[in-house]
Design a protein around this ligand. Structure first.
Ligand code: FMN
Length: 234
């Protein structure tokens, strides 16, 4: 929520709370503030001044309104977070805090999900190649990634299946070195697509392009500043 918006809401809330709890004072200030203007316009200021009950009711409505605006704006932000889509339209979920002290494969999965985007490095001849990826799936106790066979990344992995993955969640980061294994089974692809429904716009389990690969001989290391790295092999 922009800070200016918050400040405006806070000022309005203070004014309404003041009007509600210190109605007499509020009326005095309002009278003093506007009396010069009423004088100029030839209006009787006393006539214009609202009754305390009107001020109390208006202030209460104001307080409710400000709070409603504030909470609906917060809710909108939460919804946006939950529906963050990657460039390929993959829906992601926000995961709660993950315990990195004693990690296992599920911790790696949760961490990559939480990061939403990770970076996948492959090798092309003697040249490293890296790009953003988002798909990660737990299927039959293995960690899967997804791509399209037409992509260079797929061709590179076919030639040299050694990959490295890196992701950062804002305080900790992970590095996974692994060998990828292509899994051409429809059920493995379908499981991935079921977990990323928006991928179904581009991919189908039997389209000869969709590819899922699982990580084998993986070593994942979790790092945080000032902490010993934690290693998990799977
Ligand atoms: C946030 C983000 C997530 C992505 N996730 C994937 C993914 O999971 N699988 C995929 O094949 N491409 C994904 N892409 C697109 C690839 O990064 C892109 O196609 C890249 O060019 C592939 O590498 P290549 O050019 O070496 O083949 C993603 C892109 C972004 C920006």
């Amino acid at each position: 929520m922009p800070i200016l918006f918050k400040i405006i809401l806070l000022i309005l809330l203070i004014v309404f709370l003041f009007g509600f709890f210190f109605t007499e004072k509020y009326l005095q200030i309002q009278y003093r503030f506007f009396s010069w203007h009423y004088k100029l316009s030839g209006i009787d200021a006393k006539f214009k001044t609202k009754s305390p009950t009107t001020v109390k009711i208006t202030s209460l409505i104001g307080i409710i309104f400000v709070l409603l605006i504030y909470f609906s704006a917060l809710e909108d932000i939460e919804k946006k977070k939950l529906n963050t889509s990657t460039a390929e339209g993959q829906k992601t979920e926000v995961t709660e805090t993950i315990n990195l002290e004693d990690p296992d494969m599920k911790t790696v999965y949760d961490f990559l999900k939480k990061c939403e985007t990770y970076y996948l490095a492959t090798v092309e001849n003697d040249q490293p190649r890296v790009r953003p990826f988002g798909t990660i799936d737990l299927f039959e106790d293995k960690l899967y990634i997804q791509t399209g066979k037409v992509k260079n990344v797929s061709k590179q992995m076919a030639k040299n299946p050694k990959v490295e993955i890196c992701a950062f969640d804002g305080s900790s980061w992970i590095r996974i070195e692994a060998t990828v294994v292509n899994d051409d089974r429809i059920e493995a692809k379908q499981h991935m697509l079921d977990n990323y429904p928006s991928l179904r716009q581009m991919y189908k389990a039997d389209d000869n392009n969709t590819q899922v690969l699982y990580l084998k001989d993986a070593t994942a290391t979790f790092y945080s500043f000032g902490k010993e790295p934690k290693v998990v092999k799977f």
